[in-house]
Structures are given as structure tokens and as C-alpha cells.
Write a protein that binds this ligand. Structure first.
Ligand code: MG
Length: 166
């Protein structure tokens, strides 16, 4: 039973492997790099973590439930489209995103020049203002799969308000 008026929180995590010959897309932004992330969709690890957080806040399962890799519709899909769809599913249940805080974990490339555009793209996809979307980035100081440059990961927290009327 969702309290009314309700505030709900969701968290998301995702990781993808780097591979040559792929475009690197983070938060809907093409970031020039010698390799990209491998996945059935565009492998936008940041968008996936945020999408999972939206679904989690509404207890709607996860990304794989709604957008299975076995479904050809999602091949090379723009992951901001998946995020939009998750927000639509949430809206059907009265859920509206309020705020996002996300962290990218990657050793390279430096994404600082692209963060403003990522925030704008994510905000637009979720019907939020840019100042409600935070994107941060960190290395892991050379440790683990991120540190070795084998892949990138992202985590996100999304706050949702839920009204009973919807
Ligand atoms: Mg993913």
C-alpha cells in the first residue's frame, strides 16, 4: 500500500564491459573514446542505473524485466527511451520523479566536459528541471574492473512522489 501523499525512493546499479568498435554513450551523450560499452542496447550504463532506480521506487521490477535483451525492439536502443518508458510506467501508477543523484564509475575518459549535457538530457527524459538531476563521476583509483579499464559502472538514487489519484 503506497502512502498518500507518498514519497518513495529507488536505487539502481549497472555495469558494462568496454569493447572496441562501440560508441560510448553516457547519459544519452556520445562521449568520444577509443572504445564503447558492450550491450544489447546502446549500453548507456548511466541511463540504465537511473531507469532501474525509477522502476525500483515503484517496485516495478528491473530493467531486464521490462526491456529483455531477447527482445529485438531494444537492440541498439537509445537508453533514454527506456528511461522515458520507465517514467511512463511509473506515471500510470501515480509516480512522478522528483530528484536524481547518480554516480559514474570509470577510469577514462574524463567526462567533466559532458556532464552538463548529460544532466540536461536525463532531465528532459524524466520531465525534470536540470537542477533536480545530479551526475557525478569517480575513478576507483586503479582498483577492480573499473580501475583496470575493463568496464564502467553507475549507481543512481531517484526520489519519486506518488499520488493516489492517478
Ligand atoms: Mg545495462
Amino acid at each position: 500500500m503506497i502512502p498518500d501523499p507518498g514519497i518513495r525512493i529507488g536505487q539502481g546499479f549497472d555495469a558494462h564491459r568496454f569493447a572496441p568498435g562501440r560508441r560510448l554513450v553516457l547519459g544519452g551523450v556520445h562521449v568520444p573514446h577509443e572504445q564503447g560499452l558492450l550491450g544489447h542496447s546502446d549500453a548507456d550504463v548511466l541511463a540504465h542505473a537511473i531507469t532501474d532506480a525509477v522502476l525500483g521506487a515503484m517496485a516495478l521490477g528491473d530493467l531486464g524485466t521490462h526491456f529483455p535483451p531477447s527482445d529485438e525492439r531494444w537492440r541498439d536502443a537509445d537508453s533514454l527511451g527506456l528511461l522515458r518508458e520507465a517514467c511512463r510506467l511509473a506515471a500510470e501508477r501515480g509516480g512522478r520523479p522528483v530528484q536524481v543523484d547518480a554516480i559514474l564509475f570509470l577510469e577514462a575518459p574524463k567526462i567533466a566536459p559532458y556532464v552538463a549535457v548529460m544532466r540536461a538530457q536525463i532531465a528532459e527524459s524524466m520531465g525534470l528541471s536540470v537542477d533536480a538531476v545530479s551526475v557525478k563521476a569517480t575513478t576507483t583509483e586503479g582498483m577492480g574492473f573499473v580501475g583496470r579499464g575493463e568496464g564502467a559502472a553507475a549507481s543512481a538514487v531517484v526520489l519519486m512522489s506518488v499520488s493516489r489519484e492517478a
